[in-house]
Design a protein around this ligand. Structure first.
Ligand code: ACM
Length: 566
């Protein structure tokens, strides 16, 4: 069916953002002028978005009809969607149907849609991707582009990891030092921290609140909810560099320049709580989203144990061990988020008997933590590092750039099942649990991704494989299965040309282009089979007090920054 200049785009008012988005990208890509119109202006030469409450949440139907009796009347495209989310998904499908040219920003080729009838619905309501803009700042323009690409894969959650040891990226009016001091570091580690190799080059950046409001609105217009993450009480060295009274040591240090897990965690004091409640109040104002992530991962209590006043504080709060201040601190902030009518999201280490039941738990160290949280009644997002950490190496090519983590090929990611059969609620151990598996999330951590080009390489095309898992019904997608072969074929023939047209510098299936390699920069590959043999469904990642500090640098903290102290 040929869609021509002057075709009407009609929409139910509820679905208008999706219709408007589709009209704009289509006008650009095909050099067309489409005409927005109220519904019901007659047949033919028309694309129409209607609500269909009979469809399941997030679902849609698309019917493309050819021109019938009067060719001059044109054909028609009818989209029926359960809700706005369904219309966004349908709009992305319409773009896919139009071919790779639909991913360009300018063109004059005719827009031809195949005659189809499609009915589709998502498996999960949370189809997320995390983007770490703390380890390496990604300029706003590139974040918006990342949102476009996530939406193109029908993902609907972007967790923005805004704060970490190596940088604070969100403007907070009440505490200007967070960005004045905390948004930049003197230099960065190149490759694994284990080699001690530094680049001697300042790095930084932050988003103003106006930038973040723009990002939130831009994402909303594409069916994506942005979940801001303010990580506490670990991963806070940038905040502590800005406001040393927040830290356990209380002394001035610079923003961290190495990767790994830091011992410099917050002093879990009333002062720190008040500080982060104020931070969250501004975050809650900027991000009008139902979910606010509080981090809660990787919190070594080593310095707490050495502090008599913190040990005494734990005792006076009735905690059996000082390490429980971790769960206590996160729970207090989760209550603050709840009081504002939102839900907190935490990494799995933050689960404790003190954690309110409305909190959403993201299971990253493995699958078992998510299953345990479900059994305890929490809603869960499955994001195990064994499966969906896209910073982990995508292949065994000898020139793989900075190969870290587990080997995760496109086929591995496609084979990911968020809730393996051994852990499903139908099995005896979890029968009747009230917690819900909300969905799944892929992670793009950026210690080793210092530019949008590197982010492209790590993210694509594996995010396409992940998106199919998050959207499509449960199936056997193991390597060599019929589904896996069909996917790889479709990826190569149909989807990579779309990414090419969009200008995505993805990792070619055969390995990196020469300009995508990083000769001489050392990674730190991990062995999935060996770790699984030890840790099973729980893995062995994260921080463990029993001495398994896999990631912890042994070096001294960075010296004070003379420029800032001046
Ligand atoms: C994490 O990877 N530390 C959540």
């Amino acid at each position: 069916m040929l869609l021509e200049d002057g075709a009407r785009v009609e929409s139910d008012p509820v679905l208008r953002p999706a219709a408007r988005w589709w009209r704009r990208v289509t006008e650009e890509a095909f050099g067309l002028d489409l005409v927005p119109a109220a519904p019901g202006r007659g047949p033919g030469n028309c694309v129409r978005f209607d609500l269909a409450p009979d469809l399941p949440a997030g679902g849609y139907r698309i019917e493309v009809r050819p021109a019938e009796r009067r060719p001059e009347a044109g054909g028609s495209v009818r989209v029926r969607a359960a809700d706005l989310a369904g219309a966004h998904a349908a709009a992305q499908t319409l773009r896919q149907l139009a071919g790779p040219d639909a991913y360009r920003r300018s063109g004059t080729r005719p827009l031809v849609l195949p005659v189809v009838h499609i009915e589709d619905r998502p498996r999960f309501e949370w189809r997320g991707v995390l983007l770490d803009v703390a380890r390496h700042f990604l300029p706003k323009h590139d974040v918006l582009r990342f949102i476009d690409l996530a939406a193109a894969h029908r993902l609907n959650v972007l967790q923005l990891h805004l704060t970490d040891d190596q940088g604070w990226r969100v403007q907070i009016h009440r505490y200007p030092e967070l960005t004045r001091t905390g948004a930049w570091r003197r230099e960065s580690t190149v490759g694994t921290w284990r080699t001690g190799s530094r680049d001697g080059r300042p790095h930084g950046g932050f988003y103003t609140q106006d930038d973040l409001r723009e990002i939130v609105g831009y994402a909303r217009d594409r069916g994506i909810t942005v979940v801001p993450e303010i990580d506490v009480p670990g991963h806070v060295e940038a905040a502590v560099a800005a406001y040393p009274e927040l830290g356990t040591r209380k002394d001035r240090s610079a923003v961290r320049t190495t990767w790994g897990i830091s011992q410099d965690v917050l002093d879990p004091s009333e002062g720190s709580l008040a500080f982060f409640r104020h931070v969250l109040d501004e975050v809650l104002d900027v991000f009008d989203t139902p979910w606010i992530a509080l981090g809660g991962d990787e919190v070594p209590p080593t310095l707490w144990r050495e502090s008599p006043s913190i040990v005494e504080r734990a005792r006076s709060l009735g905690l059996a061990d000082v390490a429980q201040l971790h769960g206590w601190f996160v729970a207090r902030l989760a209550e603050h988020v709840s009081a504002a009518g939102r839900r907190a999201v935490v990494w799995d280490e933050a689960v404790s008997p003190m954690l309110p039941r409305d909190v959403i738990v993201t299971s990253w160290r493995g699958y078992a933590q998510g299953a345990a949280a479900l059994a305890a009644g929490y809603d869960v997002v499955m994001a195990p590092e064994q499966a969906v950490y896209l910073d982990h190496r995508a292949g065994e090519h000898p020139a793989e750039p900075i190969p870290v983590g587990f080997l995760r090929t496109v086929e591995d990611v496609y084979a990911f099942e968020p809730l393996p059969a051994a852990l499903t609620p139908a099995s005896a151990n979890l029968a009747g649990v009230p917690g819900r598996l909300l969905g799944t999330q892929a992670q793009v951590w950026t210690e080793h991704l210092d530019s949008a080009r590197r982010v492209d390489y790590a993210t694509f095309p594996r995010l396409a494989a992940f998106a199919e898992v998050a959207w499509s019904p449960r199936a056997d997608r193991t390597q060599g299965s019929a589904a896996s072969k069909e996917f790889l074929d479709r990826l190569e023939r149909r989807h990579l040309p779309r990414l090419d047209a969009y200008g995505v510098e993805y990792r070619p299936l055969a390995g990196p282009h020469p300009w995508q390699t990083r000769p001489g920069v050392e990674g730190y590959p991990r062995d999935l089979a060996a770790e699984t043999a030890v840790g099973g469904w729980a893995g062995i990642g994260g921080w463990r007090e029993d001495g398994g500090v896999e990631n912890l640098p042994t070096e001294e903290p960075a010296p004070a920054d003379p420029e800032r102290d001046a």
